[in-house]
Design a protein. Structure first.
Length: 42
């Protein structure tokens, strides 16, 4: 299950980095990724 969370986090981070143009937006994307990981681990 942890491996799946790591894979998901990597994919989301890659997509977020490609889609985001501002520092503020990157912060929001990182926060959202953290929440996704927390839900996946539970």
């Amino acid at each position: 299950m942890k491996r799946l969370a790591v894979v998901l986090a990597t994919v989301v981070a890659g997509l977020a980095g490609a889609a985001c143009n501002t520092v503020h937006g990157i912060g929001q994307d990182i926060s959202a990724t953290g929440e996704i990981i927390q839900k996946a681990v539970k």
